[in-house]
Write a protein that binds this ligand. Structure first.
Ligand SMILES: Nc1ncnc2c1ncn2[C@@H]1O[C@H](COP(=O)(O)OP(=O)(O)OP(=O)(O)O)[C@@H](O)[C@H]1O
Length: 531
């Protein structure tokens, strides 16, 4: 995330610098064109659109190149006066075409005519136009400096794409002398003013110089002694000139040739200023890149340190996690052993309590006029019954594991049975059997008075199934499969109570050794949802 932000920031800065650089090139080109042809309606810092729109008719470009190389574009189609017919786009295109021919003849970077016609400008084409104009500027400066139309080194932005500069020929080379060292004697008249006419002035100045030296030598020859004549010619001329040039009539000449003189100051200094400003721009660019590099280096170091600290932290966490897992696995092992022991103890207890337990539930009297046959219920599970009409002869005592009175609830009955349900889940076989004569309350106890429709008075069957599902859900390490069969045995007929086909619900039961109903005829219903 941080890296992406850094890359985006860097790209943003680079793009912004590139835009500034392009704007600077346009500004240079526009300023130079204005200096050549006068104001032509362009702002100081023109946008790409403004720049191209101002040059689109080619008039400014043709005028500028004609100033440098008079007559190189012989016919320039100018803006038509208001009252006459306006010039066509084709005529303007002629201007551009002629200008480009002239530029190519000068072996300067060029651009495509279509670059000026595009509605959707791209930075590359506008940059090419600006580069072309700036190369003309350099050419003109060069020409001013050397007084010739020699080869030129044109300006190019360091950020401009290489393709934007269209080098016409390998022959384009640097001049042998640098502009700063040139001494242009021809541009200064006697008052030290600049002149556009270079060639004739140069010849005139050399002629003057020759005449002066000649005059000096003639005037001095009488005064020369034999020692002076023995000197070499260069020293001799130097001596003569140093003596004579102090005189008043030679001062303009001294001013003319002196490196400190105004004549040598103006134009070369302009070139130096121009070159200095370019160098300053490049220096600023370099400094910016250098500071960006330093910034990147610092960021890289920070990321490296962060990465190392994260690596160490990660290793510590892994080690700690390993210790924790070891502890947990030990605890889990101990827990499993404890659970296993607990189950064994529990089932042993069930066996101690008796594998077969018989409970007696006394049904309440259905009729208030009825007389109870129960005479006594003991705390040890004994019960004494008799025929109320013949109590002396019919008294009998029975012994049970537990006796539940007529007011005992369904929950109290189930609580005594519940411990066996857990043994089922541990793999023990359990059977809960209700036995008694008709109307004694077997269905009431096993299914509940509502037959499972109400959750208030559920019988043992439903409550046992609920516990089976609860325990199977809580034991995640064991997968239980719970199935249900429900049959009725009546008058020696077995009826499958869960069969949907009522015609075939009855079948004769087959008694095996274990007293089980033949399973093939009975339907297993898989149960997956608790009641
Ligand atoms: N503990 C009890 N409390 C209240 N009513 C009871 C109780 N036990 C049985 N009854 C009632 O006695 C009647 C007969 O009970 P039930 O149908 O359960 O007997 P049964 O043994 O299933 O009879 P059968 O063998 O004929 O099916 C029912 O109306 C039932 O509501």
């Amino acid at each position: 995330m941080a890296e992406a932000r850094r890359v985006s920031f860097r790209n943003g800065r680079f793009a912004s610098r590139k835009t500034e650089e392009a704007a600077w090139r346009r500004h240079q080109a526009a300023a130079w064109l204005e200096s050549m042809v006068g104001p032509f309606g362009l702002t100081h810092c023109p946008s790409e659109q403004e720049f191209v729109a101002a040059l689109r008719n080619g008039i400014v470009l043709c005028k500028a190149i004609n100033k440098i190389q008079p007559g190189v574009v012989p016919k320039v189609v100018a803006n038509a006066p208001c009252d006459s017919q306006p010039s066509t786009a084709f005529q303007y295109f002629e201007n551009i075409r002629n200008f480009l021919v002239a530029v190519q003849a000068l072996k300067l970077p060029s651009f495509e005519a279509s670059d000026l016609e595009k509605d959707n400008l791209d930075a590359g084409s506008v940059g090419k136009i600006a580069d072309c104009v700036n190369s003309l500027k350099s050419y003109q400066e060069r020409k001013k400096c050397s007084g010739t139309y020699g080869p030129v080194k044109y300006m190019k932005s360091p950020l401009a794409p290489r393709s934007a500069i269209h080098v016409q020929s390998e022959n384009v080379t640097l001049g042998s002398s640098t502009p700063q060292k040139c001494l242009d004697l021809t541009e200064i008249d006697a008052e030290g003013q600049s002149s556009q006419n270079v060639g004739p002035n140069m010849e005139e100045a050399i002629g003057k110089l020759q005449r002066i030296i000649l005059d000096c030598m003639i005037s001095c020859k009488e005064n020369l002694n034999q020692d002076a004549l023995k000197k070499d010619p260069v020293t001799l001329v130097g001596t003569i000139l140093s003596n004579q040039l102090e005189k008043e009539q030679f001062k303009p000449l001294l001013q003319l040739i002196s490196p400190e003189g105004a004549a040598t100051k103006n134009e070369p200094n302009q070139q130096i200023e121009c070159s200095n400003s370019q160098n300053e721009n490049r220096l600023r660019l370099l400094e910016a890149q250098e500071s960006e590099l330093l910034e990147l280096k610092t960021m890289f170091q920070e990321v490296k340190v962060d990465f190392r600290s994260l690596q160490t932290q990660f290793q510590d966490d892994i080690t700690e996690l390993g210790h924790n897992i070891q502890g947990i696995s030990k605890a889990a092992l101990g827990y499993n052993q404890a659970v296993k022991e607990n189950r064994n103890l529990y089932n042993m207890l069930q066996e101690v309590r008796g594998n077969i337990r018989v409970f007696c539930r006394i049904r309440p009297l259905m009729n208030s006029k009825s007389i109870s046959s129960i005479e006594h219920v003991g705390n040890d599970g004994s019960i004494m019954v008799c025929d109320p009409y013949k109590p002396q002869t019919t008294r009998k005592i029975f012994q049970f594991n537990q006796i539940f009175g007529p007011t005992t609830t369904q929950d109290e009955i189930y609580r005594e049975t519940q411990s066996l349900i857990r043994s089922v889940m541990d793999g023990y076989n359990v059977c809960i059997l209700a036995y008694g004569q008709t109307g004694s309350g077997k269905t009431h106890t096993m299914c509940g008075p509502s037959g499972g429709l109400s959750s208030n008075d559920l019988g043992i069957n439903y409550m046992a199934l609920n516990d089976l599902f609860t325990i199977s859900t809580s034991r995640e390490d064991v997968k239980y499969d719970i199935r249900v069969q429900m049959v009725e045995i009546y008058n020696e007929q077995v009826r499958d109570l869960l069969s949907e086909d009522t015609s075939s619900t009855k079948f004769r039961y087959k008694v095996f050794k274990q007293w089980s109903v033949q399973p093939s005829r009975c339907k297993d219903v898989p149960s997956s949802v608790p009641f």
